[in-house]
Ligand binder design. Structure first.
Ligand code: ADP
Ligand code: MG
Length: 592
């Protein structure tokens, strides 16, 4: 069935409600259900996609509600007030997100609690403006001069509900939704393909706040009255319960979640004194017992039985995969690392390391475990800011660049501890890799314009091309988390290639791979070399290092102890000494 047909059916069903239940009590309840659902959809967007938690969403409900109430009482038309409520919530959401992103870990959730409480207190105490517990009375909602009665207002809410559902569905299934999900799965990997994680998290929060604000504004006119009692902390918790029990990140979850939110307060009515405690307990329990929620659980059962869409790679595509070309400039020194130092507390993990990379060379970076290789990679990709020293990339000082700036400048990487977007399919992982190359804006993604569809199609094809380049095209539509380690490492390489980097840093691309996969990975690295990008290869398999590297830099205890071509390194006394005692020596000497 076509998507619009489903929406049309839901729209008809909603339209018919006042005829099926011609009773204002039920219509009122239906209104309540719909605006609650809208808020849950908004919160689901935040929690389910970008992995951020808000324990203060009732605050946005309040801001939406009071904004429209105050403005319409001051003579602004209803629709104008609704738009103003959305704008107010967008600003409030962005500010809360910026504040909470300054905090880390559990403090992040604390900021949202503080926000919710603050709004609640203001609503309660600023009596001159909000009316406090006594509240504010509003006129009937008025649409272009037409006064809406209970039924008309219900239809209006239903229309808004459909709009919100369609548009959030669109975002879910656009590159915007994909980026949010990627951030929820791995922030650092998102950043290394060029996503400005901070801004995107702020955007997610603002969108979620706007949707909650719409719910609040609609709520305000339901009884043409609001007071401070409606925006308490346990409402925020209730919304969150709806999202999580329903199934965060799923598209049907909010419907189920809203039903539960509606039933729950009635179940615990007799225990009203303890309702906060009970809500808290339910939230905790559902997090533990139902991490994917009801809909998520069902989806998983269904996926188990579903055959994964297969792709056949036609010859055209096969050919194209051999033509991936974006060569680094064959200039002199592209990368110049000067006395890079990284201290962790008192421990010096990287100790005044110097090295240069010339044009499209493949540089091996080897050394015993803990010698500072991954830390060096983290410095070069902006994950860590060096304690001292400089990093120049094409004569530009990039020392203090963050990962997404490094990606924009042409440097990206893979990870020793795999950082795939587990919830996305393989091909979607690679599509997120094209982040810096997408051209459609927010509105095109929101509305699924023709340009949006064309771009999606184009990047999906390009992603399949890259996947066939690494030999994984037939796994394109599988969940990334289901692949073997070796395959996941290849997906990371394909994703990194999507960035179209000039310097690609591979941190132990063969770790944990089977012998068969090691050979595959080696072949891919050789192909990468032919393309002509600069590569830094951190690897323990000496077979790979000695075979593909032009030059090798050796680290030990954070210091550079040797540098040169493979033959030179193999016979270097310091290198043999550094590897002595470990199993590495056999690998190094025997494994060439
Ligand atoms: P390698 O990749 O060469 O095996 P790493 O660069 O991962 O080594 O680590 C080098 C040293 O720095 C190790 O002793 C490690 O414990 C330490 N180290 C790495 N990252 C951190 C960190 N974030 N905090 C503290 N110590 C770290
Ligand atoms: Mg490492």
């Amino acid at each position: 069935m076509k998507k619009w047909m489903i929406y049309a059916a839901i729209g008809l069903a909603l339209y018919a409600v006042p005829w099926i239940f011609p009773n204002s009590y039920y219509i009122h309840m239906a209104q309540g259900f719909l605006y609650t659902y809208i808020v849950v959809v908004g919160l689901n967007f935040l929690v389910g996609l970008s992995g951020q938690l808000s324990l203060g969403h009732a605050g946005f409900l309040a801001i939406g509600g009071y904004t429209i109430a105050l403005l319409t009482n001051a003579g602004v038309p209803f629709l104008g007030g609704l738009i103003a409520a959305m704008v107010a919530c967008a600003i409030a959401g962005a500010v809360v997100a910026m504040l909470s992103l300054r905090a880390k870990g559990p403090y992040l959730a604390m900021v949202t609690i503080a926000f919710g409480l603050l709004v609640e207190i203001i609503a309660n105490r600023w009596v001159d403006v909000t009316g406090g517990p006594a509240g504010l009375y509003l006129s009937d909602p008025n649409l272009f001069g037409f006064k809406m009665g209970v039924v008309e207002y219900y239809w209006f809410i239903a229309l808004v509900t459909i709009l919100v559902t369609v548009l959030t569905d669109n975002l879910f299934t656009s590159r915007i939704g994909r980026v949010f999900r990627a951030i929820g799965n791995s922030e650092v990997a998102s950043a290394t393909v060029g996503v400005n994680v901070r801004n995107w998290k702020v955007l997610a929060f603002a969108i979620s706040a706007v949707i909650a604000g719409i719910g609040g504004a609609l709520f305000a006119f339901q009884n043409a009255y609001i007071n401070s009692d409606s925006f308490t902390w346990d409402r925020s918790i209730l919304f969150l319960i709806g999202v999580i029990v329903g199934g965060s990140g799923t598209r049907l979850g909010p419907v189920i979640g809203t039903v539960i939110i509606f039933l729950l307060p009635q179940w615990v009515q007799s225990l009203y004194d303890y309702h906060s405690l009970i809500f808290g307990a339910i939230l905790l329990l559902s997090l533990i017992l139902l991490p994917d929620g009801i809909v998520g659980g069902f989806n998983r059962l269904r996926h188990k039985n579903k055959n994964v869409k297969q792709v056949t790679i036609d010859n055209e595509l096969q050919k194209a995969s051999n033509q991936v070309t974006w060569a680094a400039e064959r200039s002199q020194t592209v990368l110049n690392v000067q006395k890079a130092v990284m201290d962790f507390g008192g421990y010096r993990a990287v100790d005044e390391v110097d090295f240069q990379l010339n044009g499209p060379e493949v540089r091996g970076l080897i050394g015993p475990n803990g010698s500072g290789k991954s830390t060096t990679v983290n410095l070069l990709t902006g994950v860590y800011l060096p304690t001292s020293g400089n990093i120049l990339w094409k004569d530009r000082d990039v020392t203090s660049f963050s990962p997404h700036q490094m990606a924009t400048a042409g440097i990206t990487r893979t990870f020793q501890n795999l950082q795939l977007f587990q919830e996305l399919t393989v091909v979607q992982n690679v599509m997120v890799g094209f982040h810096l190359h997408y051209r459609t804006g927010f509105v095109a993604n929101l509305l699924h314009t023709r340009g949006f569809h064309q771009e999606e199609q184009r990047f999906e094809t390009e992603a399949l091309r890259l996947l066939s380049f690494v030999g994984l095209a037939e796994k394109a539509y599988e969940q990334a988390g289901n692949l073997s380690y070796g395959e996941q490492r290849l997906v990371e390489i394909a994703r990194a290639m999507a960035v179209k980097p000039q310097l690609l840093i591979l941190d132990e691309p063969a770790a944990g791979a089977s012998q068969y996969e090691v050979e595959k990975i080696m072949k891919v690295i050789r192909n990468l070399k032919e393309i002509g990008i600069s590569i830094i290869l951190v690897e323990h398999h000496m077979e790979i290092v000695m075979n593909v590297c032009d030059n090798i830099t050796v680290l030990d205890f954070g210091k550079k102890i040797a540098e040169g071509d493979p033959a030179h390194i193999q016979n270097h006394p310091h290198v043999i000494e550094a590897y002595l005692g470990g199993e590495e020596v056999t690998k190094l000497v025997v494994g060439k």
